[in-house]
Design a protein around this ligand. Structure first.
Ligand code: SAM
Length: 254
């Protein structure tokens, strides 16, 4: 039996790692760390630094793997799901090869998952593919999500009293507009400041980039006033650091 532990590591602050996460990393024979060539956004160095800080088990080994590049067909919404599926198949194939090479019969693997594996992350879906080919037991160590880091940094509640929250992507906000029956919308995976596609009257925004990291940026206020500042800050920060991750909450007056 191969045991795979998916350890939520939070959003870049080493203090986000839980004691449960530290224990899972130290229990692993192999920790798999993804690399995307020279892409700083793969955060491989941050994952390595985290392991160096907390892994004291001398028998735990770090093994890197190169992330396959996603098919450019995914720019077309009609082909998006198929392209993502092919990409997940390719990642599962690489994990399978690494498992065969490093823990061929039995052993413990760990993967450091950004934030928490439950939120806009496909590690669990990729692991599911491996279950079809291996005797694999998957467990999850929850981590602090980007949304928790955002609401924590702004010291705001996620929801209004007795009100629902919709979590969506920048792409969907652009293509479908404000989600029906939502007063609060949390937006992730948005490289294009998609809040510009929303009618700003009566809407407030709470925005955060590099949440939990020393570079953290926060802006909030009425969308009409703050939107141009976010666009500007995002552009400047992205140019300075070479990458950016940001998340925001939109709330409409009811
Ligand atoms: C692939 S999703 C992963 C989400 C992660 N599993 C979680 O629990 O937060 C990546 C998106 O999460 C958000 N995100 C992750 N880390 C962030 C950070 N440190 N600051 C701001 N947004 C972040 C961004 O919207 C980014 O596009």
């Amino acid at each position: 039996m191969i045991e795979l532990s998916l350890v939520g590591i939070g959003t870049g602050n080493p203090d986000h790692l839980t004691h449960q996460g530290v224990a899972a990393l130290n229990a692993a024979d192999v920790i798999l760390i993804p690399r995307k060539g020279d892409n700083k956004a793969d955060l491989a160095e941050l994952r390595e630094a985290l392991c160096a800080a907390v892994v004291s088990n001398p028998t735990t080994r770090i093994v890197h793997f190169d992330m396959p590049v996603r098919d450019s067909a995914d720019a077309n919404p009609a082909h998006y799901a198929a392209a993502v599926n092919r990409w997940h198949d390719a990642i599962a194939e690489i994990w399978h090869a690494k498992i065969r090479a490093h823990v061929p019969h039995e052993g413990k693997l760990a993967l450091l998952v950004w934030g928490d594996p439950s939120l806009y992350d496909s590690t669990l879906r990729i692991a599911q593919r491996l279950k079809l080919r291996l005797a694999l037991q998957v467990s999850v160590v929850p981590g602090i999500t980007a949304l928790q880091a955002l609401t924590g940094a702004h010291a705001i509640p996620l929801n209004d009293i007795n009100a629902p929250v919709t979590i969506t992507t920048g792409r969907r906000l652009r293509e479908h507009g404000w989600p029906a029956s939502a007063d609060t919308v949390a937006v992730m995976l948005d490289g294009e400041c998609s809040f510009r596609h929303i009618k700003p009257a009566g809407v407030r925004i709470w925005w955060g980039a590099y949440l939990g990291m020393p570079e953290q940026l926060l802006l909030s206020g009425p969308l009409a006033d703050v939107a141009p500042h976010i666009v500007q800050q995002r552009q400047t920060a992205r140019a300075a650091h070479g990458w950016i991750m940001d998340t925001y909450l939109l709330r409409r007056a009811t």
